[in-house]
Design a protein around this ligand. Structure first.
Ligand code: SAM
Length: 223
């Protein structure tokens, strides 16, 4: 067991067993907070790992409840320990399940940092090889977990709900109405080229600059 600071919070970590949260994910928390401040809302953190994103959001947004899910039993245990550490048991609920399976609908905001690095490129990511392989790498082009989540979000999101995905140190944002465009964009060579370029530029570095990206019905826009 180790310790890590994420978004100013002291969290327990389990190097080699659960992915250690990266500072790049603090941007996902900031994007979530910008949408949640002063609102009562239900949030889902899908693929919560050690619970860093869920705990950070709940710590900063007292009126939200967060449902945090993971398919890894180790991750679920660690996330629950971090929830207890920050006295958030009444508002952060950790579930061992696939994607949103055990999250009650509707959800106002879904955030996710799921595995997305293509397995075939693992040798290029020496900096990630100490992490549990399946927490970071995904088959094929790596985007299938996100495609599945976007499909599921169409069922779970409230009418004015929103989805935020971390992808190669960027945040992709889509409202419920924009989900079909986001789904389509995950299949287009342009987005895969974008992500490939970001991945190459960031190789070996965890401090690559964050670039905001919003998918809208009219396409992909940097901001
Ligand atoms: C890249 S790690 C990120 C962990 C954490 N969100 C963070 O930012 O530190 C991805 C996490 O997603 C989990 N995961 C992978 N597939 C999943 C699925 N289908 N449903 C829920 N969790 C999943 C993995 O077990 C892993 O803990």
């Amino acid at each position: 067991m180790g310790h890590v600071t994420f978004d100013g919070l002291s969290l327990l970590s389990a190097p080699g067993r659960v992915m250690t949260p990266r500072s790049a994910s603090e941007q996902l928390v900031a994007e979530a907070r910008a949408r949640l401040t002063g609102r009562r809302a239900r949030v889902a953190d899908v693929g919560t790992g050690g619970g860093a994103i869920a705990v950070a959001i709940a710590s900063q947004c007292p009126d939200v409840e967060v449902w945090a899910t993971d398919t890894s039993r180790c991750a679920v245990l660690l996330a629950r320990a971090n929830v207890r550490r920050h006295d958030l048991e009444g508002r952060v609920f950790v579930r061992h399940c696939d994607l949103l399976e055990e999250v009650p609908a509707p959800v106002d905001l879904i955030v996710a940092n799921l595995p997305y690095v293509p397995e075939s490129t693992a040798a290029e990511h020496q900096d990630l090889l100490a992490e549990p392989f399946e927490s970071v790498f995904a088959p094929g082009d790596g985007l299938e977990p996100y495609r599945r989540l976007v499909e599921a979000a169409r069922t779970w999101l409230s009418d004015d709900g929103e989805l935020l995905l971390q992808l190669h140190r960027r945040v992709l944002a889509a409202t419920r109405a924009e989900l079909p465009a986001l789904r389509a964009s995950l299949d287009t060579p342009s987005v895969q080229h974008e992500t490939g370029a970001a991945r190459q530029g960031a190789r070996g570095s965890l401090t690559a600059p964050f670039l905001g990206l919003r998918i809208t019905a009219s396409g992909v826009a940097h901001r």
